[in-house]
Write a protein that binds this ligand. Structure first.
Ligand code: 3EB
Length: 334
């Protein structure tokens, strides 16, 4: 996409709370993700709680930091953190069985898009969506497809379609958990990157639902500290087809090939150097696993390919297609 991305004034990067590396000088905590199914930490400024279980050791907080001064506020349904170039927003909505999930999604995305526009950050660059029952319902009534249709409607109203879409994650959480949306928006346009091995999700054919999913494979942010990449949840999909049904090891390998190719593409577009492996140079990988009993095989498949010191966080989540067993997202410098 021929979008000239302007270099931003402030930095944006991510690390785990347990990372041994000391935080960079001139660094402010922007917001943090906490992975916890216990309802807690309500009212903690800048703590975005994701109601998801870790597999194995409890996932440390994931800290996003920036170089500018940060302010916190509540705007409508959203908790907001703002700094010079970026706005982060988070909402948690309790669900009941009477909710029309598509309508609810449209309403909350309308509010998100309105708030980010009004506050001067019209470019959504990253959105994380978590909700229970993602694979419940048949055909176009499936909850994920209702979500996709509801989201597309709101994006369409803001003239977003196929123009500049955020990197995305949509993961199914356990019954009884709220619908949470977390997002990062920027003042200036950023570069959207697609994966040459994969059909763009916003061009998926009709068989995957009445509206195609509104996300890009990755977004690259030009920050003073270097280019940062925000990578969408990535799975074992080639073209638009799910690969290696029922085989977690092969799905892991295919997902890593997708990440590798995507990062290669991003580095080429921003003329960054080739990295040591096809991964962001910093930051951890979030790995969502459908069946906790497959964690051993999946972790071994990851460790056999990735650098030894790469930190991995494993979370129990459902993937938006029933046949997909895992999904991986990442963020960091490229
Ligand atoms: C895929 O590639 C897998 O609907 O926001 C990954 C990341 C997926 C984000 C979304 C869906 C979404 O189609 C599913």
């Amino acid at each position: 996409m021929a979008v000239t991305a302007k270099s931003l004034e402030s930095d944006l990067n991510v690390r785990q709370a347990t990372d041994p590396s000391t935080a960079p000088v001139k660094c402010e905590e922007f917001f943090r993700f906490r992975f916890d199914t216990e309802s807690a930490s309500v009212g903690d400024d800048g703590v975005f709680q994701i109601h998801i279980e870790s597999i194995g050791p409890r996932a440390p907080d994931e800290i996003w930091f920036t170089s500018g001064a940060v302010t916190h506020s509540t705007v409508g349904s959203f908790r907001i953190a703002e700094c010079e170039d970026f706005l982060a927003a988070h909402v948690a909505i309790d669900l009941d069985e009477h909710t029309d999930f598509g309508d609810l999604t449209t309403q909350i995305y309308r509010e998100l898009l309105r708030v980010t526009h009004e506050r001067g950050y019209p470019n959504l660059v990253r959105v994380w969506n978590y909700f229970p029952g993602i694979n419940d319902g048949e055909g176009d009534r499936e909850v994920y497809r209702q979500f996709t249709a509801g989201r597309a409607l709101a994006f369409g109203e803001f003239a977003y379609q196929g123009e500049a879409l955020p990197a995305g994650t949509a993961i199914g959480t356990d019954a009884g958990t709220p619908f949470t949306i977390s997002a990062i928006a920027t003042r200036d346009r950023c570069r959207m990157v697609e994966n040459p091995r994969q059909t763009s999700a916003y061009r998926y054919p009709r068989e995957y639902g009445p509206r195609s999913p509104s996300f890009s494979r990755a977004v690259v942010i030009a920050s003073p500290g270097g280019s940062r990449i925000l990578i969408s949840g990535t799975a074992s999909i080639v073209g638009h087809q799910s690969m290696h049904l029922e085989d977690p090891v092969q799905q892991t390998a295919e997902t890593l090939r997708n990440l590798d190719e995507l990062i290669r593409q991003a580095r080429q577009e921003v003329q960054a150097d080739e990295g040591a492996d096809g991964m962001p140079v910093s930051g951890s990988l979030r790995v969502y696993v459908r069946r906790p009993e497959q964690i051993g095989e999946i972790e071994a498949a990851l460790r056999s390919t990735l650098a030894e010191d790469r930190s991995l966080v494993f979370l129990r989540g459902d993937i938006c297609r029933r046949e997909l067993l895992l999904e991986i997202e990442a963020a960091g410098g490229i």
